[in-house]
Design a protein around this ligand. Structure first.
Ligand SMILES: Cc1cc2nc3c(=O)[nH]c(=O)nc-3n(C[C@H](O)[C@H](O)[C@H](O)COP(=O)(O)O)c2cc1C
Length: 324
């Protein structure tokens, strides 16, 4: 399948693995890229720019195909050395960056001068248009269903994607709720040039996370995620667990008076405990509603090939048959 996204990133299939904290290591990024998709290393999971450079080199040894690095500009407890991370990306020759969160404008000239293509992840049409205006090459449009930060507009992809298609000139991928061939074909129909998947890629053989995390996703249904930190305007969709229930109870009591410090113990420093040690109840961690569509733990190659072959059957079979 050829789309504007496969052309832009020089990849075989229009499937991107979104950056994921403590999941997007070289093992997963290289597996996705080797399968013909676009793997992404999560920049800020690496504690320093030097560590990121090492992770990129590790990934380069595992794949000859293009892969990218995610740089997330979210309110974080510490203030990361973004210029340092960008130098690590440029110096190691990575040519694709997925930005997310705050406007990446101040970092674009340096990246563009180095020939890096930028795909910005955003949750609204106005932010997608802004990304286009400041010179991003593509956008990843993240609907309300998505795992992680869906923003504050609460627009699901059934509306958001065609709205983006109506307004944008640059290519875009559908993100949030994407799991299988049906998602891909629907996203293409709604005007996207491919899909970005987060949660689905955690439940793969190569995702270097604890088995408990994969099993938690397999057991979850589409009704098992919750939105936390709404009153802080830092909404995150997470898998429900006992820590999340306690956090929501606290949010209900404190209401608009809630401060980040009140909840820091269940939202900061949680990812290593969950992803590495498998303590899935130790705090809040992102997960999409799409968990309800995930029932197995395939290799990235099997997953991507299955999506592509079933998408072809869907288009040539079910959809074409309807026109006969
Ligand atoms: C565990 C987890 C961690 C994530 N961490 C990040 C991150 O650090 N930066 C980022 O831009 N997006 C992050 N995301 C969002 C994904 O890149 C992607 O946009 C999202 O998962 C898409 O929705 P889906 O889970 O329904 O596929 C994360 C998602 C998950 C599930």
């Amino acid at each position: 399948m050829k789309t504007r996204i496969t052309n832009l990133f020089n990849i075989k299939h229009p499937i991107i693995q979104g950056g994921m904290h403590y999941v997007g290591f070289a093992e997963l990024a290289s597996a996705v890229s080797n399968a013909g998709g676009l793997g992404i290393i999560t920049g800020l999971t690496q504690k320093t720019p030097q560590d990121l450079a090492k992770e990129i080199v590790r990934c380069q040894k595992m794949t000859d195909n293009p892969f990218g690095v995610n740089l997330t500009f979210l309110p974080t407890v510490s203030s990361p050395d973004y210029p340092g991370y960008i130098n690590a990306i440029i110096d190691t020759g990575v040519k694709i960056v997925e930005t997310a969160g705050r406007n990446p404008q101040e970092y674009l000239p340096g990246l563009k001068d180095a020939g890096v293509k930028i795909i910005h992840k955003c949750t609204s049409v106005r932010h997608a248009l802004k990304a286009e205006n400041i010179g991003c090459d593509a956008v990843s449009v993240d609907g309300f269903e998505c795992g992680g930060h869906p923003g504050e507009d609460d627009i699901p992809n059934m509306i958001l994607l065609p709205r983006a298609a109506d307004e944008l000139k640059i290519p875009f991928v559908a993100s949030g709720g994407m799991a299988d061939a049906r998602s891909l074909v629907a996203a293409l129909s709604l005007g996207a040039d491919g899909i970005n998947m987060g949660t689905r890629f955690i439940a793969t053989q190569e995702a270097p996370v604890h088995e408990n995390v994969k099993l938690a996703i397999l057991s979850a249904k589409e009704i098992d995620t919750r939105l936390v930190m709404r009153s802080l305007k830092n909404t995150e969709r997470v898998l429900n667990n006992s820590a999340v229930e306690q956090l929501l109870a606290k949010e209900a009591v404190l209401g608009k008076n809630l401060k980040f410090e009140d909840i820091i113990d269940v939202v900061a420093g949680v990812y290593p405990k969950v992803m590495m040690e498998g303590k899935t109840d130790s705090g809040v961690w992102s997960c999409g509603m799409v968990a309800g569509l995930i029932h197995d733990i395939p290799t990235c190659l099997d997953l991507i090939e299955r999506i592509m072959s079933e998408a072809e059957s869907l288009i040539r079979g079910r959809l074409a048959d309807m026109l006969k």
